[in-house]
Ligand binder design. Structure first.
Ligand SMILES: *Cc1c(COP(=O)(O)O)cnc(C)c1O
Length: 399
């Protein structure tokens, strides 16, 4: 799954080129940087690799989501529909824009249920944010259709699905904009970083300025840049971009290993009657970073977790239902609207209302779901050993 597992000489070489010049900033210093522009190079590589016209690097995936929303004009009072199963960054970015996160059910794809999205649309809805969780995708045809019909912005959070595709298009390049995270545990890493991808030139130009205090980056003198609109500092540094450049060149290798290990492990779980797999709208596009499977019930799943623990094979198996970073059930700080600074009244009301919102459909899916993270460093022998150990532990539970 994570690129940091195969960190080596390539990353060091790229970083060293930046260290040689000492120019750690992505803009300006044209003379002393001696032609080294790692951020620009990585942006070009993102465009070429994922088939998007424009890419704007940011300091994190959260910053990429925030930037994309700003560039798409999502802000105060706008409702953004997002899934109840995601990483906390989704609602953090929405709240930071003054917008209102509207959390809705996921289905057995572990991503936005199109029916739940439809049901949540109000006159205030501005944007739908599917999150392609755990290496695989949402039902994009259905979501594109809904957004067209209701004139909504479609912003893809593909932070966890770098290299995944849907009907031949890379995840993150289908909506009005899409984002990746390059944090330390993502498929390719910069250490910290992210990117906004879009085919809309206006959205790109706005993203570019927004991440750098509103600078228009038109002239050669940074000090003389105009500021067509307010911005922030969500810049990536050249050191981080250098790491990402080495990593993106290895993406094909990562994906090949991931998919191979994923398929071997799956072949073991397929032998266990009662085990089912996550619904994948386009199976050919699964990036393979996780293998996500269902047991028949919550009770079986809790027993499986206990059995895996006892057998010493729990590491890398995620029971999201019981974890406090990825699922609404344990997001008490969100549901209590606990904020260090005042939220708007509309935001507070929306968050407090989550305490009584019915997520039983999502609960039914998440309570019987385990995601197994696929490592890039497993040998083929180790994957087979792991599969056999899974099989032995599960057969007892499902006997
Ligand atoms: C990692 C992640 C993010 C944000 O990434 P950071 O770079 O850590 O800010 C956003 N959404 C999802 C689904 C993620 O997994």
């Amino acid at each position: 799954m994570p690129g940091f597992e195969l960190f080596g000489a390539e990353e060091k070489k790229e970083v060293n080129e930046v260290l040689e010049t000492g120019i750690l900033m992505r803009y300006g210093f044209d003379g002393p940087r001696k032609g080294i522009w790692k951020s620009k190079e990585l942006e070009a590589a993102v465009c070429a690799t994922f088939g998007t016209q424009y890419a704007q690097l940011t300091s994190s995936g959260t910053a990429a989501l925030t930037t994309a929303m700003a560039a798409l004009g999502v802000g105060a009072g706008d409702e953004v529909i997002m899934p109840a199963f995601t990483f906390v960054a989704s609602f953090e970015a929405i709240l930071s824009m003054g917008a209102i996160p509207v959390l809705v059910d996921i289905d057995e794809s572990l991503t936005l249920s199109p029916a739940a999205v439809k049901a949540a649309i109000t006159p205030k809805t501005k944007c739908v944010m599917p999150v392609h969780m755990c290496g695989s995708m949402a039902d994009m045809d259905a979501l594109v259709e809904i957004c067209k019909e209701h004139h909504l912005i479609l912003l893809e959070d593909a932070c966890q699905s770098i290299g995944g595709t849907y009907k031949g298009k890379h995840l993150g390049t289908i909506g009005h904009a899409g984002t990746f995270s390059f944090d330390f545990v993502k498929t390719i890493t910069c250490g910290e970083g992210g990117v906004v991808m879009t085919n809309d030139k206006e959205v790109y130009i706005k993203s570019d300025a927004f991440t750098d205090h509103g600078h228009d980056h038109v002239g050669v003198d940074r000090g003389a840049d105009l500021h067509p609109a307010l911005g922030y500092n969500f810049r990536i540094s050249e050191l981080h971009a250098a790491v990402g450049l080495a990593q993106i060149r290895k993406l094909d290798t990562f994906l090949t290993i991931q998919k191979k290990n994923n398929h071997i492990l799956r072949s073991y779980l397929e032998q266990v009657p009662g085990i089912q797999f996550r619904v994948v709208p386009d199976p050919a596009g699964d990036s393979g970073s996780f293998l996500t499977w269902f047991l028949p019930s919550q009770e079986h799943t809790e027993k499986a977790i206990a059995a895996f623990k006892e057998a010493g094979i729990l590491a890398g198996n995620f029971y999201w239902f019981g974890n406090n970073w990825h699922y609404i059930r344990k997001w008490d700080h969100l549901k209590n609207a606990t904020s260090l600074y005042p939220l708007s009244e509309a935001q507070q009301n929306a968050l407090i209302a989550l305490q009584h919102t019915d997520f039983s459909k999502s609960d039914a899916v998440m309570s019987k779901c385990i995601s197994t993270a696929i490592s890039l460093t497993w040998t083929e022998e180790q994957v087979h050993e792991k599969g056999a150990a899974f099989l032995a532990a599960l057969k007892k539970i499902l006997a």
